[in-house]
Structures are given as C-alpha cells and as structure tokens.
Design a protein around this ligand. Structure first.
Ligand SMILES: *Cc1c(COP(=O)(O)O)cnc(C)c1O
Length: 390
C-alpha cells in the first residue's frame, strides 16, 4: 500500500484511516495495543522514538495523529482525562495569568479553576456570549488567555468563536475552546481562530461510555512542546488500551453525530410542544437565542438538549426516577441516551448562588440523546411525564 495524504480526505474517512493504518510489521488491519512500559534500545540513547510509555506509546501516538487530523491541527496530545488536558494547559500559562472564562462551563472545569488553580491564576468569569461586556473585560483586565466552552454546559449558550478569538488576538491573549459538545465533526474552533482546542474524549469522540480520556490540539508548536513536557513531567497519560478503545470508537464519530442530531432535533421539537415543559434549549431550534451563530459556526447542532420542566424540584426528581430507557447518569456523548439533573449531579460543585445567577435552575434537566430508535425515546419521555404527574 502507498502512503495516504490525509489532508485531502474528508472527516468521515480520516476518522477511520488516520492512525488506523495497517501495522507495518504484520499487516494487521487493526492497530496493535502496545501494552508495554518500556522499549529496548540498540545502544544507549539509540531508540526508535519510544523510551518510556509515560512519555510516548505507539497506540497513543496513533490516536494523537487521528485527533490532530480531525481538528485540522498540527499537533495533538492525548491525556488521561479531559480535565487533565485542561490541567496541563493551565500549568503551561505563566504564573499569575489573568484568564477570562465563560461563566457557564463544565462543573469540573469550574471546580478546577476555583479550587486548584485559583492560587496560580486570576480567573474572571464572564458571559462570553455577551461581546460588549467581554470587550470591556478585555480592556479592563488585559488577560493572558480566554477559556470558552461552546455550546456551554448545561445551558447550551453559543459563543461566537470567530469574534471572540479576533478580540483575543487584538489583546494578545491566547484563546482556548472546549469542543467536547460538538466534536470536530460539527465544529472546528482552530479554523475559526482559536489557538488551542480541547476535548473530553470520554464523550462523543469515544462514544461508547467505556473510557475516560482527554486531548488538546493546536497549531502552535512551542505551546504544544510545553504541554507535552508538562505531561511527561506530571504524568497524566492515557493507557494504551484506552487509546485503542478510543481509536475504535472514533471511527464511527461522523455517523454517530448525524444520528445524535437527527434524534435530538425530534426530541427537542417534541419537548417544545409538550404542555408540561416550560422551555427547551437546543441550538437547532429557531427559538434558541443564538440559533443564527450556531448555524454559522457549526455544521450541525449536536445531541445535547436542556429543558425546564414545569413544577418544583419534587416533580423533576420524580420525572427523573420514572424514565426507563434514558439512564439517569452523569456524562454524555455515548450511543445510549442519558438524562441528568445538573443542579444536583454534574454541577453540584457550582455554588447555588452562582447557579441561580446564570440560570441553572432546579427544574433544569439535561439530555444526552443517544442513537436508539426515535419512537422508543419519545415513548419513554412520554410515559415519564405521565407517571411523574401523579
Ligand atoms: C466531561 C467534560 C469535561 C471533563 O472531561 P473528563 O474526561 O471527564 O475529565 C470537560 N469539558 C466538558 C464540556 C465535558 O463535558
């Protein structure tokens, strides 16, 4: 076989073939799991690029190549979890950096910034969808970096990546985008001007709820090298077996994302028409306040839906205990549908006062719509609405 020029391929082909090339030694179509700690050297210091698996592992290298190619990035680094990718980039920023940060972000990221890195950096939380206020914050604080998540978790607010990264460039601030919710199939932040994109590969990238992992991609070689050195020095690398599982899962990313969004659109429309629902937030709905930006910067709307149930927290709890197909669980992005209550579950680490300020109310329910048959999903929600009314 001759060598592929991956740059010319479509994302559906890259997801299968980049990093998925046949094994040189045996021709095995599936990549070997290099379950090894160390590598034999021909003479001291003379090796094939692999010395020790905390630093490099050939199975992980394949996944890094694949992740970089999906985001059209020069470099990709795969880490033990999404949060460890975030941790490494936070260490890579100079001590004492002022960082503007979205005010509605993944609860674990919020916890890391406010309880781990708050002594190293100065975080300023701001609604990154509000460009006017954001501009004022840039002017006032002259930050070193901006951290955005779009769509946000769980309110699904959309930040205009192009406009925000342009603003960041003007103030010489680095821009970071958590692209976990959209995956590179629907959104490519680097092409919209971001410096660094990160993922919890635990979610849509792997897609099968059987791995925890993370990744960060960038075109900035010096920043990549810094983060790689930090990974080597601190140690949050992914095991070869987990990298192998993600390599397998990511092959179907494009068809899974299509299926997620097809189902999510139908579920969102069903919810919007339901008498027991106060409101629905889904970027694909015309009622979404930033639907126009979503259409511009994303090529699809993803599988995540947030809705507000009519009634008090008791009704929400009852509804959540009556679903049969949707599993009541944290996490998202797997082929199976999940449902959760952010205020009690994923976002419990966000103080109640802050939750109320940003609109993360007690009747807010988050769905990760899977790829089951749509009728079964809607029937399940339907019976849970009825059963929770009694
Ligand atoms: C899950 C998640 C993370 C953290 O990733 P882990 O793999 O759980 O460490 C970060 N950002 C978003 C948007 C997530 O959903």
């Amino acid at each position: 076989m001759a060598k592929l020029d991956a740059k010319k391929l479509h994302i559906a082909t890259k997801a299968i073939h980049v990093g998925g090339h046949p094994d040189k030694e045996t021709g095995a179509i599936m990549p070997p799991i290099y379950q090894t700690t160390t590598y034999a050297q021909a003479s001291p210091g003379k090796h094939q690029g692999y010395e020790y698996s905390r630093c490099h592992n050939p199975t992980r290298t394949r996944l890094e190549e694949c992740m970089a190619s999906l985001e059209n990035a020069k470099h990709g680094l795969v880490t033990a979890s999404g949060l460890s990718a975030t941790m490494l980039v936070m260490h890579a920023l100079p001590e004492g950096s002022t960082i503007l940060c979205g005010d509605d972000i993944y609860g674990g990221t919020y916890r890391m910034f406010t309880t781990v890195f708050h002594e190293r950096h100065n975080f300023i939380f701001v609604d990154t969808t509000d460009l006017k206020t954001l501009k004022e914050k840039f002017e006032e604080h002259k930050p070193k970096a901006i951290w955005i998540e779009t769509p946000t978790n769980p309110l699904l607010k959309i930040t205009d990546i192009k406009k925000v990264t342009e603003l960041a460039k003007k103030y010489k601030a680095m821009s970071f985008v958590d692209n976990t919710f959209m995956s590179p199939y629907f959104q490519k932040p680097l092409e919209l001007g971001a410096d660094v994109v990160m993922h919890s590969v635990t979610k849509f990238i792997n897609g099968h709820s059987d791995v925890v992992g993370g990744a960060m991609m960038t075109n900035k070689t010096s920043f990549y090298k810094k983060v790689w050195t930090l990974q080597k020095s601190i140690g949050p690398t992914q095991s070869p077996f987990d990298s192998w599982l993600v390599l397998r899962g990511v092959k179907t990313l494009p068809i899974r994302m299509e299926a997620h969004q097809k189902n999510a659109m139908k579920v969102a429309m069903y919810l919007e028409a339901h008498a027991d629902v106060e409101s629905v937030v889904y970027p694909g709905l015309k009622s979404h306040p930033q639907h126009a930006i979503a259409k511009r910067q994303m090529s699809g709307f993803g599988g995540m839906i947030t809705f507000f149930l009519k009634g008090d927290i008791k009704r929400s709890k009852k509804f959540l205990s009556k679903v049969k197909l949707f599993a009541l669980a944290e996490s998202l992005g797997g082929v199976e549908s999940l449902i959760e209550h952010p205020a009690i579950m994923t976002h419990a680490s966000v103080p109640k006062k802050v939750r109320e300020e940003i609109g993360l109310k007690d009747n807010l329910i988050r769905l990760s719509v899977g790829i089951e048959h749509i009728d079964d999903l809607i029937n399940d929600l339907d019976q849970a609405f009825k059963a929770s009314k009694k």
